[in-house]
Design a binder for this molecule. Structure first.
Ligand code: NAD
Length: 299
């Protein structure tokens, strides 16, 4: 990972010796992948608000087959600023979750700087379209390597530290597309189904270490991944330049409740719950935050 930086003056202090944190996650350190913007940023700020120090890694550069812009270094700096505004420390790095060695080094560095890694939100992801008749090797692998291998890499990196501490909370971010089948988006669907299988396996393996591993499957969430030309054109092929208003009814039809999209902080509420002491015996589960979409497809 490159361009690593730590906010707040006392980077060598353990979180417990820094400014005193209040809140249920005081003394905890949360690693969030893809946290430069969107849902990851919301999780970072909410966990910081409740006392955790934060470490964020994000690619902060566009990716070949992804047709909407990914986050920027300025976005990452803004996440750090918001975390600091909550009085917590924030380690940031630009880096790609597809790189296992770099992810291992990032997490080891976080433990050195902040004292531990207690929470992982494996959130980095990309959304790509491509029919089975058209998808090429790059389109398949950039999506699956980010959304599934990247989640594995992050879990692989934190697991030894959490096992040693005998406490941990791991959350893999899937999607309602990881609970259902959809045309024209096979790589994304496959990667998000995979996150569920991976996370359940990790839950099983770490059940004796005081570590829980769960999945959150969001519906349509109001971020740059949703509000972009590629998705708007998919939703409204009948409109030359579809607007937010044009796509809203189509987006709402994917949910059961009559809302086109939810806000990132509605997903953060589920993150906070799964990280809480009250959720210590919830592991291997999938929580759907999808305005009822799951009512159509799961038992
Ligand atoms: P987003 O595009 O705003 O955030 C994704 C972040 O991941 C970006 O900051 C991006 O730069 C980063 N990223 C992408 N590839 C990376 C890589 N290889 N290495 C490191 N960082 C990388 O979108 P979001 O909605 O905040 O997405 C967060 C998660 O939620 C994703 O896993 C996404 O698939 C999932 N999700 C989103 C929606 C939605 O409607 N927005 C719905 C269901 C699930």
């Amino acid at each position: 990972m490159s361009d690593r930086s730590t906010s707040e003056k006392s980077t060598s202090e353990k979180s417990t010796s820094g400014p005193r944190a209040l809140g249920q996650f005081a003394g905890r350190v949360a690693v969030i992948t893809g946290g430069a913007r969107g849902q990851g940023r919301s999780h970072a700020v909410e966990l910081a608000r409740q006392g955790a120090d934060i470490a964020v890694v994000d690619r902060c550069a566009d990716l070949g087959t992804v047709t909407y812009p990914l986050a920027t270094p300025e976005d990452l700096a803004e996440t750090a600023r918001l975390v600091e505004a909550e009085g917590r420390r924030c380690v940031t790095a630009t880096g790609d979750v597809r790189d296992l060695d770099a992810t291992l080094a990032f997490v080891d560095g976080v433990v050195e700087e902040l004292g531990s890694v207690d929470i992982l939100i494996a959130n980095a992801g990309v959304s790509t379209l491509g029919s089975i008749f058209e998808l090429d090797a790059a389109g398949w692998s950039e999506t699956v390597d980010t959304n599934l291998t990247g989640v594995f890499n992050a879990m692989r990196a934190v697991a030894p530290h959490m096992r040693r501490a005998r406490w941990g909370r791991i959350i893999g971010i899937s999607s309602m597309m990881g609970r259902s089948a959809n045309p024209l988006i096979p790589a994304y669907c496959a990667s998000k189904w995979g996150v569920i299988g991976l996370t359940k396996s990790v839950a099983h393996e770490m059940a004796h270490c005081g570590v829980t591993a769960n999945v959150i499957a969001p519906g349509n969430i109001s971020t740059d991944m949703l509000h972009n030309e590629m998705l708007y054109r998919l939703m409204r092929p009948d409109v030359a330049e579809p607007t937010r208003e044009d796509v809203a009814p189509v987006m709402a039809s994917l949910h059961v409740q009559p809302v086109p999209w939810l806000e990132p902080d509605e997903v953060s509420a589920a993150v906070v719950f799964l990280c809480s002491e009250g959720a210590r015996h919830i592991t291997g589960s999938v929580i759907d935050v999808d305005a009822g979409a799951s009512a159509r497809f799961t038992a």
